[in-house]
Design a protein around this ligand. Structure first.
Ligand code: HEM
Length: 367
């Protein structure tokens, strides 16, 4: 596609697909021309969710939530993430064969975010169930199943909203040392988040942060099974782990496409005329394999430098959780490489891709 139709209109989906690095970069960087807020095009209300906002609303909201994700707050989490990582690997040890997602890569980010938010330990299992349901990828070909899954998601979002509301009310009376309390208190220019914004942000953290981090870890280990020499290289030289995380993000990008940009004006892109109001999908996974940007793009090179991948997006919506995802990815891969001496796919395994086109992932990684 990058060579033959780098910017292409798909009449079935009524969207433009953008495949080259240069064009994806432009769509993500130019938020004035490519809005994240569907409603803005129709002069309707602001978005309730950070990811769908444009400036100035986005700038204000992001400045508030940035307070909760400072580099120091994230760095301070390292010892606790290490502990959780080793607890999960201890449980998996001795089993011999495991599904990496079920035993490790699925629970890790959910436990971490639950602890950051200050969710009581006894509610963690509920939290994981809710989080899984929210990001479930129903089969779009099966209309009934799709409809049922969307209704279930709406029900779960409501249940989770009510749960967060209770937790927030408790923090108002008894502030804690957790993210919910920081979010309640954070203010910019005298403004705080209202209740609706707080709840939609909590939901966004789960939807944006859990499955993506699970897939980062799983995709990296998948690459290690496909190219065992990477395991040897990383065992010999653990300093290469942060580079391996970046390369995994580029090579098997967990978010394959960023689906929601809307042209605010008629604009030319890659030789095509995109009309005001048209939807544009930025194919990050394709941009990250663009040979014009990455020499030997189809090779996993642990010490690739520079590695300006777009796996966390770019511009004003650049992933808020990127420092946390990187930290979790580094700690997880370091522990896996140290503790699992020879990682192989189980015999006769055929990997099943997750059906969503927006996510690059497998349903299970039996190792
Ligand atoms: C935004 C990817 C982990 C929270 C984004 C965007 C991408 C992305 C591509 C940009 C979306 C856009 O431009 O419309 C990823 C990947 C992750 C990851 C690949 C893991 C490997 C996390 C984590 C959290 C998080 C752990 C939080 C705990 C967010 C939020 C936004 C966002 C809140 C919206 C930022 C904004 O609109 O200003 N992420 N993410 N993400 N991500 Fe992540």
């Amino acid at each position: 596609m990058r060579e033959t139709s780098p910017v292409r209109y798909d009449s079935d989906r009524d969207t433009w697909d953008v495949f080259r690095y240069e064009d994806v970069y432009r769509v993500l960087s130019d938020h004035t021309t490519f809005s994240s807020n569907r409603n803005a095009i129709q002069n309707r209300e602001d978005s309730a969710s950070l990811i769908g906002m444009d400036p100035p609303q986005h700038t204000k909201f992001r400045n508030i939530v940035n307070r909760a994700f400072t580099p120091k707050r994230v760095a301070d989490l390292a010892p606790r993430i290490e502990e959780i990582t080793h607890e999960l690997l201890d449980e998996a040890a001795g089993k011999g064969a495991i599904d990496l997602i079920e035993a490790f890569a699925g629970p890790l980010p959910v436990i971490v975010i639950a602890e950051i938010l200050g969710i009581p330990r006894e509610d963690r299992h509920l939290f994981k169930e809710w989080s899984d349901k929210l990001v479930e990828s129903p089969d779009v070909q099966q209309a009934d199943a799709y409809q049922a899954s969307m209704m279930e998601k709406a029900r779960v979002a409501q249940e989770l909203g009510a749960y967060f509301k209770k937790q927030l009310d408790a923090r108002r009376v008894n502030p804690g040392d957790d993210l919910l309390t920081v979010l309640l208190d954070a203010e910019v220019e005298g403004e705080r988040l209202n209740e609706g914004q707080l709840l939609s942000f909590c939901l966004l953290l789960l939807v944006a942060g859990n499955e993506t981090t699970t897939n980062l870890i799983t995709n990296a280990v998948r690459a290690f099974t496909e190219q065992p020499e990477l395991q040897t290289q990383l065992r010999k030289n653990p300093d290469l782990i942060p580079g391996a995380v970046e390369e995994a993000l580029r090579y098997y990008s967990p978010v394959a496409a960023i689906p929601s940009r809307f042209a605010t004006t008629d604009v030319e892109l890659g030789g095509q005329m995109i009309k005001k109001g048209d939807q544009v999908v930025a194919w990050v996974a394709s941009a990250n394999r663009d040979e014009d940007k990455f020499p030997d793009a189809d090779r996993f090179i642990v010490n690739r430098n520079p590695n300006a991948h777009l796996a966390f997006g770019w511009g004003i919506h650049f992933c808020l959780g990127a420092p946390l995802a990187r930290l979790e990815g580094q700690i997880a891969l370091q522990a896996i490489i140290e503790r699992l001496p020879n990682i192989k796919l189980q015999a006769d395994t055929e990997l099943q891709p997750v059906t969503s086109t927006l996510v690059y992932a497998v349903k299970a990684l039996p190792i």
